[in-house]
Design a protein around this ligand. Structure first.
Ligand code: NAD
Length: 265
């Protein structure tokens, strides 16, 4: 099949849902052989079946589980060209993260372990394989919340801020040997666990006001990951890319001309 990822071996962690599922489907459409890796075996299987990929179970918090995933993919395909790392528990963050003064220590630890240590595990073991090949593209999923303040998300922003920083230092370390590392920072994306916000009209309105464009779908983020894993992005490394419908580009919906006109009138 021809496409941006023709014949590439692509692994999507968190591929059972949301942005990862979109990434798996789009990568397959673009010619990749796709491995959908997720903690939720049934979800991974469903997505794999929908795109002709294969499903494997992984817990990114667990080093041995990530090593087993890499070994299984290499045993079957001989190499790994692209990693799209999206695995995350949105409910853990949405329901349990807090501002620092009220943040239970065990919640801090579980979010750091899943988001930051999970990223460390996948980058370490996928990175080792890609270094052997002297090629590969790692695409991480950070968030606009790692770049701008967001009340009530102190563990999540710390962990994703770590992902942003690691992106640059890992690129510096790995890219001279052919391995590219980039991060995407989405704004609010309409994925299954985020939908409950959108079902409340007042909340939907506030989220819409924070972006310059309509609320993003998972595909809008995944398309960019496909590009970053493709050879078209062969000079892209160490990049932290906003993919957020303008969320990080402006301070708020305040038209200064309008304000002064009103003041003068
Ligand atoms: N949806 C948004 O608004 C948004 C905004 C910014 C950033 N992001 C980031 O995008 C990524 C995907 O978000 P989403 O909304 O698509 O999430 P989602 O909940 O739809 O999908 C996440 C997937 O990760 C899997 N997962 C959870 N824990 C895991 C583990 N320990 N090991 C392996 N897999 C695990 C889940 O089973 C699920 O299938 C996350 O990293 C999130 O932080 C999302």
């Amino acid at each position: 099949m021809s496409g941006l990822l023709s014949d590439k071996i692509v692994v999507v962690t968190g591929g059972g849902s949301g942005i990862g599922a979109a990434g798996a489907r789009l990568a397959a459409k673009d010619g990749a052989r796709v491995v959908v890796a997720d903690l939720a075996a049934d979800a991974a299987e469903r997505v794999a079946q929908s795109c002709g990929g294969e499903a494997l179970t992984v817990d990114v918090r667990d080093s041995a589980s990530v090593q087993a995933l890499v070994a299984a993919v290499v045993a079957r395909h001989g190499r790994i060209d692209g990693l799209f790392h999206t695995a995350m528990s949105v409910p853990l963050v949405n329901k349990h993260d807090r501002r620092v003064t009220e943040l239970p220590e065990e919640i801090w630890e579980s979010i750091i372990s899943l988001v930051l240590t999970g990223t460390f595990h996948v980058c370490k073991y996928f990175g080792q394989q890609m270094l052997k090949q002297k090629s590969g593209s790692i695409v991480l999923t950070a968030t606009s919340d790692a770049l701008l303040g967001q009340a009530g998300l102190d563990a999540y922003t710390a962990a994703k801020g770590g992902v942003v920083s690691m992106t640059r230092s890992m690129a510096a370390g790995l890219s001279p040997e052919g391995v590219r590392v980039n991060s995407i920072c989405p704004g609010f994306v309409d994925t299954p666990h985020q939908r409950e916000f959108l079902e409340k009209p007042e909340m939907r309105h506030r989220i819409e006001q924070m972006h310059l464009m309509p609320i993003m779908e998972a595909d809008d983020v995944a398309e960019f990951a496909i590009f970053l894993m493709s050879d078209r992005a062969r000079y892209q490394t160490g990049g932290i890319y906003a993919c957020d419908g303008g969320y990080s580009a402006f301070k708020g919906r305040l038209d200064v001309v309008e304000v002064f006109d009103r003041a003068e009138g």
